[in-house]
Ligand binder design. Sequence first.
Ligand code: C2E
Ligand code: CA
Ligand code: CA
Length: 662
Amino acid sequence: MKLSIRYLILVLLVMITFAEIISLYKFYHKEKITIGHLASLSVKDSILNVYHIAKRALQKENTLDKAKAKIDSINIDNNFIKNIIITNEKGDILYSSNRANSFIPKKVCSNIRKFNAKNIFTYNGCKKEIELYRGIKKHTYYLYTITDRDYIEKLVFDALKSAIEYFIIYIAIILIIFWISFEKLLILPLEKLRQFAYYHTQKPKKFFIKELESIRYSLAVTFDRLEKEQQELYNLSTKDSLSGLYNRLSLFEKIDWLISKSKRDNDKFAILFIDLDDFKNINDFLGHDVGDEVLKIVAKSIQSSVREIDFVARIGGDEFVVVLPKFHHNMEVVDVAERIIKNISKPLSINDKTFNIGASIGIVIYPKNGKDKTELIKNADIAMYKAKELGKNQFYFFTNKLNKTLHEKMDIQQKMKKALKNNYFELYYQPKIDLLSGKIIACEALIRWNDPVLGFVTPDKFIPVAEKNGFIVDIGEWVLSESAKQVQKWENSPLRNIKLSFNVSAKQFQDIYFYDKIYKYTKNIDRSKLDIEITESTFLENYQKNIEIIENIKKLGITFSLDDFGTGYSSLSYLKDIPIDTLKIDKSFLDIFETKNGKSFIEMIVNIGKILSLKVVAEGVESKEQVDFLKELQCDMYQGYYFSKPLKIKEFEELANKNLLT
Ligand code: C2E
Ligand code: CA
Ligand code: CA
């Protein structure tokens, strides 16, 4: 059985009441004795008085006439006495003080000494003999004192009444007050606490009872904490911790929900896939802390560019998605996209550094551009890539045609990304031979892609694609780092004097961190052992800026070669301005070596080199005649299948070691 506090208190109250009744009884009993005692004493006193008065009167005059008045006054004065009767020996009433009650009741105490507090309530009076002598004759009279039992009992009853008043009424009132306060202060709060703990109802107001209040307080604090933790857990599962935006999971849920809603209402919604332009560079060169700051700022600026009902999520490193659940016309979507780009492009200032970041946005509309979330996101991604391809910092609406062409490109691109990650790229080295000594004094690093799925992919196939989609920046970084590593490996070997050239695409100059990357990867090596091959296309755009970059890199000790010379504009006027060290005669001139023109072109280029104090390298040299001719012209170096094809590093090192020994 479970005891309730209410039950316990009830038992307590019953016990108190019980004790109450007992003490009331005791009090009543004591009061009765006191009254009885008082009454018996008073009655006895009056009896003795009457006894003396009556005896004297009878003795003297043989009649009670003179005593009557005194007896009456004693009778009247004493409230406990109802009547005083005096009889003669035979029982004839000689005098009765109260004529209306002139009879002698049955139960009368015959011994005044035995008349006491207890039996005053059972006897109706008391009898005393009056004995006297006249001469020698003895006369006996009886004095009866009849008590007023009604009066005595009334006194007791009054005492009881006042006791009841004190004990029962007042204490009952106290008990009732106690019960009410107990209900109000204990039971009710306890019930509130129970409901609070069980149903998690509204937090109860402060309690009066200290202990209950401390339980309420602890509960409230614990619940607050739990709620906070719950909220945090919810945030963790639905929000992105860095930006505070929704995460990928929430985005997917939102899209699913919107799809079913749009199906039902025959409605549409838009998804904007936002990717920051060149964010990787911020991370690589300004550090991840700055990168995180940028992401937070971008998150805020995206959020501020959209309406309350729009949904913003961050789903990857620098990828954000905005869902517009309601729009009437595509122009509204355009507005939002433009606003987002405009806001993101505002100059950022972090750690006293101010810089700009751009964003490319791909847009899809449900249901036109996809039936489920995967397809929608994929197509938005495709549209985003198109925006990047078109020059970044802009938006692009997805089209089905885009899907097809981009799909193929993305396929190669994805495979390229994978190749870089999985090390499917490799550098081959083609020797450059000093025409005077016949020794290998330099080499060109050429990239090779041996893919487990695609097989051997030649650079002519993937370099142009990589240049178009910008991935050449990542590939170029890898080539740079590999080349620098190679120079470092050779540092204390017989091959230490071999200069290593690597190719840099014009696109890489658009990378604002190009110089920093070169600086970073070549920090620990002798930079004069590195040479960068660029083509004339490098100077087609940003002429002045790129010259500056080259000059800065040259200051580090790295030299530059102008590749494929003779195939482009080859304007002599700019050739004197650009800060290069070496001219590379394009293979196409060697191809027409047999013709008269071919030879004179080659001669001309060698001479230009001499005039401008540039070294000249001929590439694509495939025959002894070509070598001899170049020697005659006092061309500096050559490179080509005649001496060696591009080789794997091991083979190249073997060849070079042998060549240097002989
Ligand atoms: P390039 O810079 O003009 O490289 C010279 C190309 O001529 C190389 O082709 C080389 O193998 C080839 N070659 C050298 N000697 C002979 C010869 O005697 N006869 C014939 N027929 N060919 C010869 P490869 O390696 O296929 O490279 C093609 C192009 O791809 C390169 O032309 C260069 O523009 C680009 N490339 C290669 N590696 C890289 C790289 O790491 N970065 C960049 N940005 N571009 C690269
Ligand atoms: Ca080259
Ligand atoms: Ca070339």
